[in-house]
Design a binder for this molecule. Sequence first.
Ligand SMILES: Cc1cc2nc3c(=O)[nH]c(=O)nc-3n(C[C@H](O)[C@H](O)[C@H](O)COP(=O)(O)O)c2cc1C
Length: 383
Amino acid sequence: MSHEARIFIGEDQQIIRSDPLQRVVIFVSMAGNTLGSHLRLTTFGESHGNSIGGIIDGMPAGVEIDTEAVAFELSRRKPGQSKLTTARRESDQVEWLSGLWQGKTTGSPLAFRIANKDARPQDYDMMQDVYRPGHADRTYQEKYGIRDPRGGGRSSARETANWVVAGTIARHLLPSELKCIAYVDQVGTIHAPTLSTPDATEIEAHPVRCPHEATAQKMQDLIERTKKKGDSVGGAIRCVVTAAPAGLGEPVFGKLPARLGAALFSLNAVKGVEFGSGFQAASMFGSTHNDTYDAKGEPTSNHAGGSLGGLSTGTPIEFRVAFKPTSTIGKSQQTIDLSGQVVQLEAKGRHDPCVVPRAVPIVEALTLFTLADLYLISKTDRL
Ligand SMILES: Cc1cc2nc3c(=O)[nH]c(=O)nc-3n(C[C@H](O)[C@H](O)[C@H](O)COP(=O)(O)O)c2cc1C
């Protein structure tokens, strides 16, 4: 049964979608492009379209912006940075369109655009009529009745370049002593030792972005072996935020882990986010899980992961983010085409064999943006 209906809006005939029983006629738009409440990022763009970009609304006036820092963070995220990432090459030059005057924010919306320079939509011709298993092709097609097949359109992680811009801008609002450092903690079954104070220079020293050299090498070997087989592998990122002010977050629906979790679950391929002891808490006793206080009132452990009752405690905010293996792989897999016929797919094109090395700056950016939003809220509360 077709799920399409036709209506007239003014002079124009529009095709709109209805539910499977044709009872309710629904307009379907691709909404949900805004992150944040006081500080808001609204984005646009598709992977192989003309450009991507966004508007950051709510930036206070008079903040001196370090555009070099934005360029640096984008270079950490960009494709083609090592043989462990997709071979697509994007220069990721940010064009500032509004909201800046003589290097400072004016308080008006900060708008930016990043051109897609290395788009190769023809790579996706073979996948235009076929649903990639594990990707968003089928859900997009079924919800909207139309989709941009070039690189997955809006479902592509190309979008995350916008988030890195916004996260770096948001960082300007946070106290300078706050540090937000993420690193690759796991690739496949290879785990890094848990580090309480990860070092940014050591993380960046290896293309995998794991600061433990011997583990990083094993992770790299695994990613390279996997890529040669036309396959992909999952992984996890750990993030530690130090010197975050206490009291960020709201006690009921705007809890700090809920706000951070909502941002991090917006990131492509994320399958899990755990704070502090996370899922291990389920197998512990209260006597060992409680972070007891010493005579100076300092917690002796950090199972809480930096928040209690939804509010930041002032101890490090610590969490892990699990990523699934990249869905587009060169190995032959059974799937269906748009007409429902069973077909075999051996995907072509340029893909990340493991997304975690490139996702490190994106996790940091989403964290910084969310913390800056909560920080602005906490300051506004006190006015
Ligand atoms: C940094 C990064 C790079 C990615 N690169 C690819 C890629 O090259 N090919 C691919 O199929 N998926 C890639 N993904 C994952 C897809 O965008 C994602 O799996 C897809 O949109 C479906 O969404 P979901 O996995 O969140 O359900 C990447 C994700 C991240 C975070």
